[in-house]
Design a protein around this ligand. Structure first.
Ligand code: SAM
Length: 254
């Protein structure tokens, strides 16, 4: 998963408000962390959409992602950091099991990375591993697909076209909702075209789980993390409702 999609990822999400989401992470730290945040572990960092701006804001960031293709693209962006490239490190690894042998002030898990953990056992493993990388008082910040919003708004077939660096990308996402498993299976068909060259196509299937806050609280508590704050994402001050596809939770290591 994500290995074919990585090629299209930055084109498709060039309008995603990563800076605004970094503001969200900083707001969480300012409200709930008992110290000034300096170090961040970003689980499921993808192509570095949050890590690179967070380094520009003065943090030292380690990004871990299970997709080698996403990490390759993230590493390609270190050159943008003018003299601060050594403030970020990207590594291929599974957020459920990877052991870095050190702790961080914050562990982040952004853009539905949690929702790719489709069983309780997988989500629990990710939360426990986040806890392993925090000292008591450290924070876990995570957004996810919000069950009440997904069930009210319903997944729809969508198409998007984007251009970046002379390449045009068209993605069609066709979802199937399994309410018993609380999982949406999304068939993603991507077509790339560059002027004067033959186009290429790829297909991936993503299984994405929606969560209810009560499930997340149970799994966090079982991992040594105390949930402190649920909100619509990225609206730090608004409670999540069934109008919100995305919500976030902030938890503190006990
Ligand atoms: C929607 S992308 C988000 C990437 C990035 N956080 C962003 O905001 O652009 C989800 C990412 O989670 C990664 N991922 C999912 N499950 C993972 C796991 N168990 N361990 C590490 N990475 C994981 C995928 O490889 C993918 O890069």
């Amino acid at each position: 998963m994500f290995d074919h999609y990585a090629q299209a990822y930055d084109a498709l999400y060039q309008d995603k408000d990563y800076e605004g989401e970094c503001d969200f992470v900083e707001a969480a730290a300012q409200r709930y962390l008992d110290r000034r945040a300096a170090t961040i572990l970003d689980f499921g960092c993808g192509t570095g959409g949050h890590a690179i701006p967070l380094v520009r804001r003065g943090y030292h960031v380690t990004g871990v992602d299970q997709s080698g293709a996403m990490i390759e693209r993230a590493n390609g962006k270190r050159a943008q950091l003018n003299g601060h490239a050594d403030h970020v490190r990207f590594a291929v690894g599974d957020a459920r099991h990877t052991a870095l042998g050190r702790t961080f002030d914050l562990v982040t898990c952004m853009f539905a990375v949690l929702s790719y953990q489709t069983t309780d056992a997988d989500a629990l493993a990710l939360f426990k591993n986040a806890r392993q990388h925090l000292e008591p008082g450290g924070l876990f910040v995570c957004d996810y697909w919000h069950g009440p919003g997904v069930l009210a708004l319903r997944p729809l077939t969508r198409a998007k076209t984007a251009e970046l660096g002379g390449e045009s990308v068209t993605r069609t996402s066709t979802p199937t909702l399994d309410e018993a498993a609380r999982v949406v299976t999304v068939d993603i068909h991507t077509r790339h075209a560059r002027a004067g060259q033959p186009g290429t196509e790829s297909r991936e299937q993503h299984r994405v789980r929606y969560f209810f806050p009560s499930e997340i609280s149970r799994l966090l508590t079982g991992s040594g993390l105390r949930p402190l704050h649920y909100c619509a994402f990225p609206d730090f001050n608004l409670p999540p409702t069934d109008h919100d596809w995305n919500a976030a939770v902030i938890a503190r290591a006990i």
